[in-house]
Design a protein around this ligand. Structure first.
Ligand code: FEO
Length: 405
């Protein structure tokens, strides 16, 4: 059965939802699913903008058949070839042997690398500023390399103001019948998953995302709709969305608050983490969050680290070094280029404690623009009652730093 939604009078969402995939990119949990968005324009020529993951190909084909009726598919625009959008391309090429394929040079290179057969198809390589006209609609192409792969080229329909934004402005969470952002309470129900999507998938490429934001700002008065490859279509409130992307891509915290991430083997470091959280809340800090790194998928920790201005790391010592899961978290935020945060440290070790030393070295030598508070709490096995003053001093230092920012 087809499952299609109208985006404009002659543009249809023909994508699919996926609730069966547990791990996006086989690494990030998606408990609320994800959508693969594909769009079909029915102008004098019919034009498909991107395809879907292979698992959703059948739904895509049913949707295309329903919209096309007896018309042929004339053109396929590929803005991004990552297989969550490009895998069904081969099937489209087989079923529509006359379809013209429009993509960047790099995208055509990747099609060959993935083994797609383009024999017999007209292939049109486009670059920044090129245009294609399909009848009354003219589409101009905007380079967006590394948002999120190097071949990415956005497509902007200058006739109706629809920006096909590829991975940019996308989100986890399946659509389940919804399509537009004004059909949900985005700030309540979607923002956390949109942040987790951006920070983990595109977070490393802040500079490249900033470049795309500058290009979008140049045509903002013409943009009427933003159609990403995952999640909701935006038809108003662009300022909200652009502000989030501006913050995430410039590594600017969204909230002046504290995230505490702890690594605890037997509950003693955990207990100290909650004791600090209670002190901070008593002192009036709003929105303190606490995470056990062993029981929280790192994609959520990364997302929170992008949201919060202050991060407390509380870790046990392990094998004369840092607890491996805490190290993984630090390596992840380093790989994703996180910057401009204030850190505070708590360490634990029954003998020869060195977690604090390792974390301090990592934050100051391996990461960019991180501030480390001087105050720390060092435990031997457990936080002792006579360390209450140390805990208080650490909480005071964090509060002072929050107020300074
Ligand atoms: Fe949704 Fe980079 O693919």
């Amino acid at each position: 059965m087809h499952c299609v939604r109208k985006v404009t009078d002659d543009l249809y969402w023909v994508g699919a939802n996926d609730h069966r995939l547990h791990l996006f990119e086989n690494i990030h949990p998606i408990p609320k699913g994800v959508s693969y968005n594909s769009y079909l324009l029915t102008d004098e020529q019919t034009v498909l903008f991107d395809t879907v993951d292979w698992s959703a190909c059948r739904q895509l084909l049913e949707n295309i058949s329903f919209v096309l009726k007896d018309r042929p598919l004339d053109a396929l625009v590929v803005t991004h070839l990552e297989p969550d959008h490009g895998a069904a391309l081969q099937e489209i090429l087989l079923r529509f042997p006359q379809v013209k394929v429009i993509a960047s040079v790099k995208c055509f290179q990747f099609m060959k690398q993935f083994g797609f057969c383009l024999d017999g198809h007209e292939c049109v390589a486009v670059k920044e500023g090129d245009t294609q006209t399909f009848g009354k609609h003219t589409v101009t192409f905007i380079g967006a390399p590394m948002v999120h792969w190097p071949e990415v080229t956005l497509a902007f329909d200058t006739t109706n103001g629809v920006l096909f934004s590829s991975d940019a402005f996308g989100s986890f969470i399946a659509l389940d019948g919804k399509l537009f952002q004004d059909e949900v309470n985005f700030d309540r129900d979607w923002i956390d998953e949109a942040r987790r999507y951006y920070t983990n998938i595109v977070g490393k490429y802040g500079a490249q995302t900033q470049s795309v934001l500058k290009k979008a700002a140049g045509i903002l008065d013409q943009i009427k709709m933003i159609c990403p490859l995952h999640g909701l279509v935006w038809r108003d409130n662009f300022d909200y969305l652009l502000d989030k992307y501006q913050r995430w891509s410039s590594y600017t915290p969204e909230d002046h608050t504290v995230m505490i991430a702890y690594a605890s083997m037997y509950g003693n470091t955990e207990s100290a983490a909650y004791a600090l959280a209670a002190r901070l809340c008593e002192k009036g800090v709003k929105g303190v969050t606490v995470y056990d790194v062993s029981n929280t998928n790192v994609s959520y920790l990364v997302s929170e680290a992008f949201r919060c201005s202050h991060i407390v790391l509380a870790s046990v010592t392990y094998n004369m070094g840092l607890y491996p899961i805490m190290r993984d978290f630090l390596e992840d935020i380093k790989a994703l280029n996180l910057q401009n945060r204030t850190f505070a440290l708590m360490e634990n070790g029954t003998w020869a404690s060195c977690a604090g030393k390792v974390m301090r070295k990592f934050l100051t030598e391996d990461m960019k623009n991180m501030t480390l508070l001087d105050e720390t709490v060092s435990m031997t096995s457990a936080l002792a009652e006579n360390q209450a003053d140390q805990l208080e001093a650490l909480a005071d230092a964090i509060v002072a730093s929050l107020q300074n920012k």
